[in-house]
Design a protein around this ligand. Structure first.
Ligand SMILES: [Zn+2]
Length: 115
């Protein structure tokens, strides 16, 4: 599968260009409450695609560089007019495992969320 997968730039139902997350982000930027350089592509839902119980194995098997895990990133919008929820872009990114995420040697692992 090739990423990013482009979906809709405007509402697929009513073709309205305005969406609620973008408007809220712009208002916060205008008020100086958040920096202008963040959320340039709008809001995204990030879903880590790995089994936490495999973390130690992933770390120990990484010989070069830092271990990484795949994250599915779904950029979404909510139409200002008809309130339809639609997807703008889907990405697969690889994030480095932060050391504080790695369990200690004797620490009990949480049960797997994937089966
Ligand atoms: Zn719409």
């Amino acid at each position: 599968m090739e990423f990013p997968i482009k979906c809709y730039d405007v509402c697929p139902d009513c073709e309205c260009l305005d969406c609620i997350p973008a408007e809220i982000i712009q208002e916060l930027k205008d008020e100086g409450k958040i920096p202008a350089e963040i959320f340039t592509k709008g809001l995204a839902i990030s879903v880590p695609l790995f089994d936490p119980s495999m973390l130690q194995k992933m770390i120990s098997e990484t010989l070069v560089g830092k271990p990484k895990y795949p994250v599915l990133q779904i950029f979404f919008a909510i139409c200002k007019d008809c309130k339809r929820f639609y997807v703008r872009e889907i990405n697969l990114i690889w994030q480095e495992i932060q050391l504080q995420m790695a369990p200690m040697k004797d620490q009990k692992l949480p049960p797997s969320r994937f089966g």
